[in-house]
Design a binder for this molecule. Sequence first.
Ligand SMILES: Cc1cc2nc3c(=O)[nH]c(=O)nc-3n(C[C@H](O)[C@H](O)[C@H](O)COP(=O)(O)OP(=O)(O)OC[C@H]3O[C@@H](n4cnc5c(N)ncnc54)[C@H](O)[C@@H]3O)c2cc1C
Length: 285
Amino acid sequence: MLDIAIIGSGPAGLSAAINGVIRNKEVKVFGTDPEKSSYLRKAEKIDNYLGMPGISGEEMIRKFVEHAKEMGVQFHSGRVIQIFQMDDYFTLNVENEFIDAKTIILANGIVNEKAIEGETEFLGRGVSYCATCDGPLYRGKTAVLVGDSEAAEEDVNYLAEVCEKVYYVPLHKKTEKVDSRVEVIHDKPVAIEGEETVKTLKLKDNEELNVNGVFIIKDTVPTTQLLQGIEIVDKAIKVNQYMETNLKGVYAAGDCTGRPFQVAKAVGQGTTAALQAVSYLHKNS
Ligand SMILES: Cc1cc2nc3c(=O)[nH]c(=O)nc-3n(C[C@H](O)[C@H](O)[C@H](O)COP(=O)(O)OP(=O)(O)OC[C@H]3O[C@@H](n4cnc5c(N)ncnc54)[C@H](O)[C@@H]3O)c2cc1C
């Protein structure tokens, strides 16, 4: 069992991780490659982080990752789909791998909590955030995948192997590596409808699609779906000065806790969250 599971490999998560490792805890960072997913990669030039004037966001995140690896931080590549709260520990579903941890640090950055109409209502009844986990349930059936990055294309190609018919609604422009069996539709999903289970995905411009399943594959998962019961205020995870959330053993750091969206704040909060998790582990061991 891990001492600390960190969700997100941006500056907040990496800062938390090195501090956890320094304090000799069993720590793992869960996330996709930060050089492709952290918001920091988009920053052309950063002048307000102490000691690194003029650095690009790409170079900065590369340095952070290098530092973490040199310190022995372990990475687990993949999206965390859901965190289950057990009696005195947590179980993470990382794209169908289940991993236990005593504490959690949420460092998942800015998450678009805005769901498609019907998304939350039909979650687990035809809506899924994970093709590897739920793809086999749609063997011989019709599914649509809504994806916001090239990474989603691996999933849509997998569904093409399993399902009778697969539609793909990409929310980004490039769709180069898509299996020829997949029907690509460039449109905006507006509503998921059904009865007991999903029946249709409504699109803005095209006709609605009759489907059995809707896969929503984005880099992030809405935090309220990720961890049931987490308190969100003004689109941010509510924390106190120790980075404690409303749930015991769960901490949050970085952009996911709200403004200001700044690297220095993310790094500082990551440190605080890790040290607080360490103190919690000592009190509860
Ligand atoms: C264009 C631009 C310019 C900027 N300029 C500056 C600047 O000059 N100075 C400054 O200080 N800041 C700047 N920022 C802000 C800075 O990039 C952020 O404040 C910083 O990256 C926040 O770090 P974070 O770790 O909280 O989040 P992020 O860096 O966004 O990292 C979050 C990570 O969590 C991952 N994640 C999310 N959900 C899951 C999940 N369910 N499972 C696994 N992984 C998950 C994401 O994929 C991502 O890798 C800029 C941002 C942008 C976009």
